[in-house]
Design a protein around this ligand. Structure first.
Ligand SMILES: [Cu+2]
Length: 342
């Protein structure tokens, strides 16, 4: 089917080229070859208008049929602000884009070459130039400042009671670390990264002893969540589309993003009518050949379920007790108590 379509397009293009060749040859035969080729001129103007109509129809068709794919249901507090900003910007720039492109192609049709018509000489008009400089400047300033205000609100300091979750990107997966029951993430150091300690957690910091590393991200509904984001090798980018969260993960430069999830996974399954629905975290920075596989399931729980899940997680150290031998000797006893090792 695709092949037939491509072959059809090539065939039509070839026919147009042949028609233009033939009309040029006829002009030569009629000895009018030294004049401007009216036929080719009209064909070009027509093709430009055709391009406008066909690409316009395809864009509208695509936007309508795929609307649900890029307008995902919203599940965070600040997301309403981001969405609002997006649609206002889209409306303003979309309107101007459509208008200017209709004019662009319409003019190429209206002002195609005519033998008895001469172009006007119109070198300068102060009013016109002021208008097309000042109006876009005001509109863009309004858009940029409302964007800046939204960005400043969204990236303001996280509330003190925010749940802290560490996200680490590496080729090619996400890792996540939770602070454990003390609520404090332990320090890390890239020099400590090895085959066992993938996060480079520094266990000479007592806060690290009860940190746990689950396979899924769990978040509490209705509570602020602070993501502490880092990368182990190259640039990655944390993308949580339903929460309207996107933040680069940069090696050597930790970033963060805080937000409030507003719908649990169960509620989202009911809303979308899809019993298999899951929130996902994707990577939106091309980071190498396995980039496509950087996907992690995110579960939003009711606060009580979340606390229960958290209390059931065993610390990383208790799952890797051999690692105790790599911790400074004077720390080992405290570490095994904090980590919950018998
Ligand atoms: Cu990536």
């Amino acid at each position: 089917m695709k092949f037939v379509l491509i072959a059809g397009v090539i065939l039509v293009a070839a026919i147009i080229v042949v028609i233009m060749r033939v009309s040029a040859l006829i002009n030569v035969a009629k000895k009018t070859g030294d004049k401007v080729e009216m036929g080719a001129n009209r064909t070009n103007a027509f093709l430009l208008v055709l391009f406008l109509v066909v690409s316009g129809i395809m864009t509208i068709w695509y936007s309508v049929t795929r609307f649900d794919i890029y307008d995902l249901p919203l599940a965070s507090e600040h997301g309403a602000v981001t969405d609002n900003l997006f649609w206002i910007t889209m409306a303003v720039t979309g309107f101007i884009f459509v208008l200017t492109h209709i004019l662009l192609f319409a003019f190429s049709w209206m002002y195609q070459y005519k033998e008895d018509r001469r172009a006007d000489f119109f070198p300068h008009n102060d009013r016109l130039e002021i208008a097309w400089t000042v109006v876009p400047a005001i509109v863009l300033t309004l858009l940029i400042f409302s964007g800046l205000k939204a960005w400043n609100d969204i990236t303001a300091k996280a509330p003190a009671d925010a749940e802290v979750v560490e996200i680490m990107g590496y080729q090619f997966a996400w890792g996540t670390r939770y602070p454990g029951m003390d609520g404090k993430l332990g320090k890390y150091n890239y020099r400590l990264i090895d085959a066992e300690n993938a996060f480079g957690v520094d266990f000479s910091d007592a806060n690290a002893h009860d940190d746990f590393i689950p396979r899924e991200i769990h978040l509490p509904k209705g509570k602020p969540v602070l993501l502490k984001i880092r990368a182990r090798d190259v640039l990655h980018s944390v993308f949580l589309p339903h929460f309207r969260v996107k933040m680069d993960a940069v090696p050597g430069m930790p970033t963060q993003f805080w937000f409030v999830p507003t719908k649990s996974t169960a509620e989202m399954r009911a809303e979308t009518g899809n019993p298999d629905f899951n929130y996902e975290m994707a990577c939106t920075e091309i980071c190498g050949r396995g980039h496509f596989s950087m996907r992690m399931i995110v579960v939003v729980d009711e606060p009580a379920e979340y606390e229960k899940w958290k209390s059931e997680q065993a610390s990383w150290l208790s799952k890797n007790p051999d690692y105790l031998s790599k911790i400074p000797e004077e720390m080992r006893e405290l570490a095994s108590i904090n980590a919950g090792i018998e």
